[in-house]
Design a protein around this ligand. Structure first.
Ligand code: MTE
Length: 343
């Protein structure tokens, strides 16, 4: 019998998740009928090692470094007493869609073979990082922060940590302790995580324990070896349908999906039901976290087919037909050919 080491605390039923070693991907059909937010029970999990058990009463966040006037050891209660903000935003893994480099472009890259389910949108609540940094007297000369997680060290690389430019830290980053109105669940960073809107998921350090703030350039294996040169997510789209969804010819359907981009709100979504020959514009409800959309369709031809959705964000960027090769398989954002069958 295979010994399965449990790396994730929450239940991962097969109708909601696909397992990938220490991580779990949301099935897109699990978003059908859901409002804007991804319910916490189906939010994807990306762990380098294992979800740790952390006692909030002894937890501390240590802020230190040459760019701060004071050092600070903050308790959970002190953090929760500070002015808080709520933000609806996505967290998405840089490797989301990696599988399609192989499946669509015959260009398989190593790493977790995510479909499109390494993304979720939640309502996060916490203290703006810029507020915390102002409390400890951040110098205008600060350039980089190095937030670090309290989970077990990853292979020989030490604790998960990734430099964050001071400019982004002083903009819209949250030091979050709530997800969808509840304390953060263990798998999503309890007691406290960063939420870095629009940026690759690795920036949103879970189980946050330490932030160094420096006037010099900082680095870690998480920006020199892994997740190198990736920051803001390009536009992507997904149908709220299972892979190989079944349709009946002659029946009217409403196809639904979501599209998102780290660079701004998705304002336009087009759908093709004829292998990319023609495109029709979907009815889109624009939202900065992700835009939901729908389009009517009555399939006519029986047999296998694909559905395609193509998003354009407010910066004018549109999903391409193919994505240039990436050695680690990040940022796949070509239009995905979603296989279906019409009976
Ligand atoms: N933070 C720590 N400490 N350890 C981790 O393994 N994984 C990162 C990021 N923060 C990770 C982490 C990655 S790669 C992603 S995509 C997001 O957390 C995933 O967040 P989630 O598991 O809450 O969906």
């Amino acid at each position: 019998m295979e010994l399965l080491l449990e790396t994730i605390v929450k239940p991962l039923p097969a109708h909601l998740f696909t397992r990938h070693e220490a991580s779990a991907e949301m099935r897109w059909e699990a978003m059908a009928g859901q409002p804007l937010l991804t319910p916490t029970d189906r939010f994807f999990v990306r762990n380098h090692t294992t979800t740790p058990t952390i006692d909030a009463s002894t937890w501390r966040l240590r802020l230190h470094g040459d760019a701060l006037r004071n050092e600070l050891d903050l308790t959970y209660d002190q953090l929760k007493a500070m002015p808080a903000q709520t933000r609806e935003t996505a967290i998405e893994c840089a490797g989301n869609g990696r599988r399609f480099y192989g499946e669509q472009q015959h260009d398989q890259t190593p790493g977790t073979q995510w479909g499109l389910g390494a993304i979720g949108v939640a309502r996060w609540r916490g203290v703006p990082l810029r507020y915390l940094l102002a409390q400890v007297g951040i110098s205008p000369k600060a350039t980089d922060l190095l937030p670090q997680g309290l989970d077990a060290p990853f292979e020989g690389y030490g604790h998960v940590r990734r430099p964050l430019p001071a400019e982004k830290a002083m903009d819209d980053v949250l030091v979050a302790y709530e997800m969808n109105g509840e304390p953060l669940p263990p798998d999503h960073g309890f007691p406290v995580r960063l939420v870095v809107p629009g940026w690759v998921g690795i920036a949103s350090i879970k189980w946050l324990g330490d932030i160094q703030v420096a006037t010099t350039h900082l680095s870690s294996p998480w920006n020199t070896e892994f997740y190198k040169d990736v920051r803001v997510h390009p536009p992507k789209s997904a149908f709220e349908l299972p892979w190989n969804a079944e349709f009946t010819a002659g029946e009217p359907y409403v196809l639904r999906g979501r599209s998102w981009s780290g660079a701004g709100t998705v304002t336009r979504v087009e759908v093709s039901t004829d292998e990319g020959r023609t495109w029709r514009e979907a009815r889109t409800n624009p939202h900065p976290a992700w835009s939901t959309w729908q389009i009517d369709w009555t399939p006519e031809k029986r047999g296998p087919a694909t559905l395609r959705a193509r998003a354009t964000d407010e910066s004018g960027e549109t999903q391409p037909a193919s994505t240039p090769t990436h050695p680690f398989g990040y940022h796949f954002n070509a239009v995905v050919h979603h296989p279906i069958h019409v009976r």
